[in-house]
Design a binder for this molecule. Structure first.
Ligand code: GDP
Ligand code: MN
Length: 349
């Protein structure tokens, strides 16, 4: 395996692909995975699925980021599995640290309390750094700078249907900013004051709130409380120009100052969701149907039988979470009076 190294400012390393990258038309886009060395098997499994179901026809670039250096074994194995060029990015320590206004003793105390209450990841410090990184920092990495769109992929996810179109092309041609698949409910114990902070922001900066926005998606009582609906960010396709914009970074900086990422456990999923729902018209948001996306415990398995057959889906529509009663997707389509994609089966009442 011949490897060509290109060192960039933040120690990201570019490898040539083990297979020649065919000169096919591609968007200005990349896959993006934050991952630990210990997650190598799960990462390879995700790559295998993405490649088989989509990328073997496109050969998009793939950026792997880590707060610790990747091992040679990790880099070699991942490079062999990707059909496009790959790049390894070492996250600068400042992107994986406490901002100076956070009282770390208070944050540690919160973690102990949340652990006693049995809240998932409640006592996990690195999880919060991960959430902050995805909320406000990943898009600043040197490795992402040349790109307009990213598609986030985690270890241990699957696409159980062929993706016969290019979602990146949909993003560009239809001028979409944020693409999603699954829309579950957040654990309310992790976002106790998030809605208050959101309301405060909207009152303080009414001019920043977009017309025809998606805020109705996030509340069932006309804004009094957060209904916990969010775009599940382990899958997301985003326009980096939006995340890098003053519009987004102003919102992130405000939320970051509130400290809820560390004093509670605000996740990047609700933060991204609130941002794209408040700062953009809803027409900038795109539901990608029929991908067969799976991240435990939720599966997207929508679409008419003929399309599932055509796309060689390996899933049962009966196991679809996307349009189920526990999901917020129906609400998204209803509030905007959108026609449901053909890929949608009828929702159980
Ligand atoms: P969950 O989906 O909320 O249960 O969280 P995950 O454990 O899947 O973490 C979300 C993403 O961040 C995954 O891509 C993980 O591989 C990655 N991740 C989480 N914690 C760390 C960490 O400490 N270091 C690195 N490099 N990646 C992490
Ligand atoms: Mn995950």
């Amino acid at each position: 395996l011949a490897l060509a190294y290109v060192f960039q400012g933040q120690l990201s390393v570019k490898y040539t692909s083990p297979t020649a990258v065919e000169p096919v038309a591609r968007e200005n886009a990349t896959f993006f995975s934050l991952v630990r060395n210990s997650e190598l098997p799960g990462m390879l499994q995700s790559i295998k699925s993405v490649e088989e179901r989509f990328n073997n026809k496109h050969h998009y670039h793939w950026i792997f980021a880590n707060n610790e250096p990747f091992t040679e074994d990790f880099k070699t194995a991942v490079s062999a599995m990707c059909s496009g060029t790959v790049e390894f990015s070492l996250i600068p320590p400042a992107y994986w640290d406490y901002p100076e206004w956070i009282d770390q003793a208070q944050a540690a105390e919160v973690r102990r309390q949340m652990a006693r209450k049995g809240i998932k990841y409640g006592d996990n410090e690195s999880y919060r750094h991960m959430c902050r990184f995805f909320s406000g920092l990943f898009y600043k990495l040197d490795a992402l700078r040349p790109f307009r769109y990213y598609w986030r992929v985690e270890p241990n996810v699957e696409f159980r249907c062929n993706i016969a179109y290019d979602p990146f092309e949909v993003m560009r041609t239809q001028e979409k900013v944020y693409g999603f698949t699954l829309t579950p409910l957040e654990l309310h114990t992790t976002v106790t004051t998030l809605w208050n902070a959101t309301q405060e922001y909207m009152h303080q900066y009414p001019d920043r709130v977009a017309a025809n926005n998606n805020m109705a998606f996030l509340t069932d009582d006309e804004g009094q409380s957060f209904n916990m609906c969010h775009f599940w960010s382990n899958f997301e396709i985003g326009d980096l120009d939006f995340f890098r914009s003053e519009t987004y970074t102003h919102f992130f900086d405000y939320m970051d100052r509130k400290g809820g990422i560390f004093y509670e456990r605000w996740g990047d999923a609700p933060l991204h969701t609130i941002a794209v729902s408040m700062l953009l018209p809803y027409t900038k948001l795109q539901y990608f149907a029929g991908t067969g996306y799976y991240h435990a415990p939720n599966l997207q398995c929508d679409g008419p039988n003929w399309l599932q057959e055509q796309n060689e889906c390996i899933c049962f529509a009966a196991d679809d979470f996307a349009w189920s009663g526990a999901s917020c997707l129906t609400k998204f389509f209803d509030i905007h009076q959108l026609e449901r994609p053909e890929a949608a089966p009828t929702t159980p009442s």
